[in-house]
Design a protein around this ligand. Structure first.
Ligand code: SF4
Length: 359
């Protein structure tokens, strides 16, 4: 199975922690959509297995207007076989949600919506430079349900400045109350060059210590699993039958094509990616310049399999390694035995386990 990812690199304003490729201007939007459609037409033979998922991410895909979204969907339908699609996701910001847009999204075939909520605390939202309030987020989820979305997800963040366990629990309580099918909980991380990084460097804000962050992670797991969610990936929780199919395919190292600026593609034997710059992306497509490509060695593939599988509840499948990487199987067995103490604390020690098992 395979998936298509569409990158929409526009946001109304930049969140302080964000290091995704997105810009807070609408200037180049029309030209970008035109170019994206050209790329869809050019790369329509990249995937070799049936397409099961389509994912619009960003940036903020819901900052496109109805016509722009429709144009992209039409181009995809004309160039790829989408008859076996099972999951069609769009990332959305709560402040963009209104009946007209949500109805249009359903009409275009989106059957999953994923909101960037991050916190139900208005002070946190202001600090993060989000545009929505807690109530706007709640309204967006309730409206999506009312309009007909039966698969709703949202993102929350722990490890925020001044976050206490009590404050985080209040977020989790609200999250569960909303009865969505899926919740992603990420730790706020300080990425180099972001506004957050600058504010921490200048000692204007500080992040919780590692120990507090671990306590918040553990609380997330116990709270959400008791509320009926399955912890199926390090940052992801779902109700039965509602794993993100698109993201699960990444962790199972299945093929996908990423279209748009900064989008990555993977076809089992290589990875390729477009420039993280809209002008450069547009110029490359205009001039028939192929995406940057890295051919993967067997060692690369083995290491990727280890890293990605450790993110999931299923973990590493020894049989898969034996069948697909027989040359590394004895190394794997030996290292696994050495790392067996680390396996007693899954999730948190994944990086250390990966280092032991990789080549
Ligand atoms: S909305 Fe998402 S992509 Fe846009 S700036 Fe915020 S975190 Fe980044």
């Amino acid at each position: 199975m395979s998936g298509i990812y569409i990158h929409i690199p526009y946001c109304t304003q930049k969140c302080i922690y964000c290091n995704f490729y997105s810009i807070a201007t609408k200037k180049s939007k029309d030209n970008y959509i035109k170019t994206l459609i050209k790329e869809i037409e050019k790369r329509n033979t990249y995937l070799s297995s049936p397409i099961k998922t389509l994912y619009f991410g960003g940036g903020t895909p819901t900052c496109l207007n109805k016509e722009q979204l429709e144009e992209i969907i039409i181009a995809l339908r004309q160039n790829f076989d989408l008859t076996l699609l099972e999951e069609v996701t769009i990332e959305a910001n709560p402040e963009d949600a209104n009946s007209e847009l949500l109805e249009h999204l359903l009409k275009l075939g989106f059957n999953r919506i994923s909101y960037g909520i991050q916190s139900f605390n208005n002070e946190d939202l202001r600090l993060l430079n989000r545009r929505h309030s807690s109530q706007t987020a709640i309204n967006a989820i309730e409206l999506s349900r009312k309009i007909g979305f039966s698969n709703i997800s949202f993102d929350l963040m722990f490890n925020l400045p001044n976050m206490t366990l009590e404050k985080w629990e209040k977020n989790l309580e609200k999250a569960v109350e909303l009865q969505t099918e899926h919740i992603s909980c990420y730790s706020l991380t300080r990425e180099e060059g972001t506004m957050l990084d600058k504010l921490v460097n200048k000692k204007i804000i500080s992040l919780p210590c590692e120990n507090d962050s671990v306590i918040q992670f553990n609380k997330t797991e116990s709270y959400l699993t008791q509320a009926g969610f399955e912890h199926y990936e390090i940052s992801n929780y779902c109700k039965k039958g509602f794993k993100s199919k698109h993201n699960s395919a990444y962790w199972r190292t299945e093929e996908y094509i990423g279209l748009g600026a900064a989008a990555h593609s993977f076809n089992i034997s290589s990875r390729s990616w477009n420039p993280e710059n809209i002008e450069q992306y547009i110029s490359n497509i205009e001039n028939n310049i192929e995406p940057f490509t890295e051919i993967l060695s067997e060692k690369d593939k083995y290491n990727e399999y280890i890293m990605l599988s450790l993110r999931t509840k299923e973990g590493i499948d020894s049989k898969y390694i034996e069948n697909n990487f027989p040359q590394y199987f004895s190394h794997f067995k030996k290292q696994k035995e050495k790392a067996k103490e680390l396996f007693k604390t899954p999730w948190l020690l994944n990086d250390r386990i990966a280092l032991e098992l990789m080549i």
